[in-house]
Design a protein around this ligand. Sequence first.
Ligand SMILES: Cc1cc2nc3c(=O)[nH]c(=O)nc-3n(C[C@H](O)[C@H](O)[C@H](O)COP(=O)(O)OP(=O)(O)OC[C@H]3O[C@@H](n4cnc5c(N)ncnc54)[C@H](O)[C@@H]3O)c2cc1C
Length: 400
Amino acid sequence: MTWQLTDDQLDIQARARELATEVIGPRAADVDMAEEYPWDNVDALRDAGFTGMTVPTEFGGGGHSFLDAVLVVQEMAKVCGVTGRITVECNMGAISAVMAYGSDIQRKMAAEMVLGGDKPAICITEPEAGSAASEMTTRADRKGDGYVLNGKKHWITGGGVSRLHLVFARVFDEQGNEEGIGGFLAIRDETEGLFFGLREPTMGLRAIPEREVLFNDMYVGPDMVVLPPSGFKRGFADLMNAYNSQRVGAGTVGLGLATGAYELALDFVKEREQFGRPIAEFQGLQWMLADMSVQLEAARSLTYRAAQSRGPNNSPFPDPALAAQAKIFTAEASIRVVNDALQIFGAAGYSRRNPLERMYRDVRMFTIGGGTAQILRSVVASRILDMRVPQTRGGWLPKG
Ligand SMILES: Cc1cc2nc3c(=O)[nH]c(=O)nc-3n(C[C@H](O)[C@H](O)[C@H](O)COP(=O)(O)OP(=O)(O)OC[C@H]3O[C@@H](n4cnc5c(N)ncnc54)[C@H](O)[C@@H]3O)c2cc1C
């Protein structure tokens, strides 16, 4: 590992590794089997100071960088993808958006929640608006000083367990004129009109609910408006900007899972014997392991670089193109690496007694959630060609 981490970062990494190895890892199989949100792990993360790490110190947070949080995510995901994802969302994504765009009162409230262990939910995707997020139909109609929200989101991570929700909706003034996309806060068990629907039975990462979230005449006062409806372009741009930290975090969970799988395979090839010798002596497996290590190093470098970057115009979030490059490569490489690790275990890898089976299911999601690998390629293409790349009919347009 040649990446230069500071002494503080090495210390964070070591503390995270200790917690992961001693507490989180031994519970991972049970967490997967139970398919229940691992509140004990959340308590352990909170007690170790691994929630609210990126929240500024003035709001009681750790004041850490995204890279610091990435180091913790990676260690958790090595042993438990679910806990890795929880770590992401207690440090990046919705919480980062509130910290960047919210009022002081909102930031204080959100900070207290994540420091207490809440994993905020980010509500964008709808049944008819997935990659085409800007086609969302959830609407927020102006009523007095506030807004009334109606609509339905799905695939919302943490739906039913998260307290804080950052909800995106199309905003309409009192005359019914559309003003753009805005972001609103809602709190489970407090905000009237916030409901939870069906839970999706997922392939992997089964202990975090992916659920429908519904808004039925949900009133939010002006104090709960984070991103005002300042015009379609800005509202949507801000939304996508906030998502870049989440993207780096999501890629990191894949990286952690793949690193964990690779390390298991490295141990296994030295122990397992066939044809009278350790299988590590077969060149076919040596080259697989070598390729796995190359992919992990490349993924790590892209991820750390993206975590340290800043987008244009003093953005507090990672650069969109670097975040997209990191997530595309890391998500795809992680799937290959976990698949190869499972192959190296032979039949044992296919058994549910072995963590590889769980890791294989868990890692599959990262080319999909948080922007698919295809959509992220369009983000990269837009940067390298210096062109807007609209996905709607009408072709490629020059920037501006
Ligand atoms: C585990 C998990 C957790 C999630 N958590 C959340 C969450 O917390 N909050 C939230 O809001 N959403 C969440 N999502 C939703 C996720 O962001 C969407 O699934 C994703 O944006 C893709 O949308 P879709 O599934 O509707 O696929 P679609 O958009 O219908 O895409 C279908 C296929 O077409 C491809 N495609 C679509 N448009 C293009 C194009 N222009 N060019 C090339 N290919 C294209 C896609 O890449 C994909 O392969 C989650 C999803 C998963 C799986």
